[in-house]
Design a protein around this ligand. Structure first.
Ligand SMILES: [Zn+2]
Length: 111
């Protein structure tokens, strides 16, 4: 399963944070709440299928369930902070980073 290239919008991050009882989120509508419940109980093959229709939500659910830094990342996204330098003076790129952090490094460094 490849979700690392999917960028997570702020409202999706907030919905998933709330669903998992973390700070920094807010409640989604009834459909999305049901969707998140389904994702939380899905096995990997069904999660892959859900990712075809809802890639951002699957990326966020995967992050909060399996990534040790997932909660912090989602909180940064939901709050509009750069996930790298934590500044909130935006604008942020779709990958959740400020323009300075998103700028490609010389010599092909990993950003
Ligand atoms: Zn930054």
């Amino acid at each position: 399963m490849s979700t690392s290239s999917t960028s997570i919008p702020p409202d999706v991050a907030a919905h998933v944070l709330f669903h998992y009882g973390r700070e920094g989120g807010y409640q989604a509508g009834s459909f999305t709440t049901s969707l998140l419940t389904a994702m939380g109980t899905a096995d990997p093959s069904n999660l892959d299928r859900l990712a075809l229709g809802f890639p951002e939500y699957v990326a966020a659910v995967t992050a909060i369930q399996y990534d040790p830094d997932g909660v912090e990342q989602l909180q940064d996204i939901a709050a509009g902070r750069c996930t790298r330098c934590k500044q909130d003076d935006g604008p942020l790129t779709p990958a959740g980073r400020c323009e300075a952090c998103a700028r490609p490094m010389p010599l092909g460094g990993v950003v």
